[in-house]
Design a protein around this ligand. Structure first.
Ligand code: SF4
Length: 88
């Protein structure tokens, strides 16, 4: 599955603060999703539990992302590969 256009646009947005921390919710420790982190979860939606963002009750998909991403330990290599994939 290719990454979504909005995620690609985010990755390219080097003018954003903390652009080096941009990453996808699929591999982020703050994504409150059930089950193992693999590519099948990309379309799933769950809350973002980042301490500074949870007050907004953001519901994000695995293909969403932001610039305060933090790596979830133990994600599959498939999910890691998804994060670095480009558009179709
Ligand atoms: S919105 Fe950001 S902090 Fe929240 S789950 Fe997605 S990447 Fe992580």
């Amino acid at each position: 599955m290719p990454t979504y256009q909005h995620f690609q646009d985010l990755v390219k947005a080097k003018h954003l603060p903390n652009s080096e921390k941009i990453g996808p919710c699929l591999t982020c420790r703050y994504w409150d999703v059930e089950g193992p982190r693999d590519e099948a979860l990309v379309p799933n939606e769950a809350l973002c539990l980042h301490p500074e963002l949870k007050k907004f009750a953001l519901i994000v998909s695995g293909g969403s992302g932001c610039n305060v991403w933090a790596k979830q330990p133990g994600v599959s290599q498939q999910a890691e590969a998804y994060a670095h994939r480009g558009e179709a």
